[in-house]
Design a protein around this ligand. Structure first.
Ligand code: MG
Ligand code: ZN
Length: 351
């Protein structure tokens, strides 16, 4: 009840102040990006991170509906759809009910929508925003669901799930309303309303192994494209491989993936500051590796890390927020509340 009153007060305040234009929402998910991953990346970056520019910090409880330690599908679904589910499930709850994602709810309200990942686009985190499947491993089915979706812009690897399928369908040909681009130059020049950029046939390589294009460049160009559609927009941007660095128990892998994500966060924050009506949320789906900083040298920006597991851990993860309604993201809450707060932002501003 207190919460409701608070929301109503906010609504009234917003309308009194005339801030009734629906805000853009940009959700940045660092997969496996716990507090130690952020700290390590920060110390390795001369003790600085773009996250210091955010207004509010909160903490999110990441557990799945039954399992204490979540996977990216259950946690992605929690943030995208606002429901706790079992590990491996995407867009459906433990009673097999499908749930609409914040991206889909935004789309219904006239938002433009975009998804960008440094994994394949059918991987659990991005899939949580458009697919409904009991298992995250159903990559071909997830690709099929994306082909029948109406996301305006998507960037990520995994082309083979669209064009070299066991059912012999070529989804790229079927998706005739999309302009598919083959490289960054084509992506920049594309003026179509719907754009697909499948960056790699399989999972994209590590940043350390030369993954291109840079996430920050992809995001900068995508922001221009989103803006050009003339509607408010929702975007989810994932730093996918921070998690894979944790699984590999490789400190340098974690740090180099974080550094690219950090540059991307800075680009988004700069955009939001200039725009004035963009809510930015940066968080993680869980921590990976039970990562700890066990040594290093501040003057030389060196970090020595150690790991407790090759899997995920159940630590809470930080949530950083900036822009309209950013104050809603302070405190401690379940990861499903991230959906609630975004959905409130979309509804609140248009009613
Ligand atoms: Mg992921
Ligand atoms: Zn993982």
């Amino acid at each position: 009840m207190r919460k409701l009153l608070f929301f109503i007060t906010l609504l009234t305040l917003n309308s009194l102040l005339g801030q009734d234009k629906t805000p853009n929402i940009i959700l940045l998910i660092g997969d496996g990006m716990g507090l130690t991953q952020i700290s390590a990346g920060m110390y390795a970056n001369d003790n600085s991170t773009a996250l210091e520019g955010f207004e509010y910090v909160g903490l999110s409880k990441t557990h799945a509906i039954k399992q204490l330690i979540t996977d990216s599908a259950a946690s992605g679904t929690a943030m995208a759809c606002g429901v706790k589910t079992f590990n491996g499930a995407i867009g459906i709850d433990d009673k097999n009910q499908q749930h609409r994602s914040i991206l889909e709810l935004c789309k219904e309200r006239g938002y433009a929508t975009g998804l960008i990942a440094t994994s394949s686009i059918v991987h659990a985190t991005p899939a949580s925003f458009y697919a409904k499947v009991p298992s995250r491993k159903q990559y071909e089915e997830i690709a099929l669901q994306l082909s029948q979706h109406n996301v305006d812009l998507f960037v990520g690897g995994g082309e083979k799930y669209f064009s070299k399928r066991s059912d012999d369908r070529n989804l790229i040909q079927e998706m005739s309303q999309y302009k598919f681009v083959k490289n960054f130059r084509e992506f920049k020049n594309a003026t179509a309303e719907k754009i697909g950029f499948l960056t790699y046939n399989e999972e994209p390589p590590r940043k350390m192994e030369g993954r291109t294009p840079d996430l920050e460049s992809l995001v900068e160009t995508s922001l221009q494209k989103m803006e050009s559609l003339g509607a408010p927009f929702f975007m989810m941007i994932e730093g996918s491989q921070i998690d894979w660095g944790g699984h590999a128990n490789e400190t340098n892998y974690v740090i180099t993936e974080f550094q690219e994500f950090n540059l991307t966060i800075q680009k988004v924050l700069d955009y939001a500051k200039a725009d004035g009506n963009t809510l930015v949320i940066v968080t993680a789906d869980h921590e990976t590796g039970g990562f700890a900083i066990t040594g290093g040298n501040l003057d030389h920006a060196q970090v020595k890390g150690d790991f407790n597991t090759e899997g995920h851990s159940a630590s809470m993860v930080p949530v950083f927020s900036y822009g309209p309604n950013s104050e809603l993201f302070k405190g401690i809450y379940e990861n499903t509340a991230i959906f609630d707060k975004m959905w409130f932002t979309v509804q609140g501003a248009s009613e």
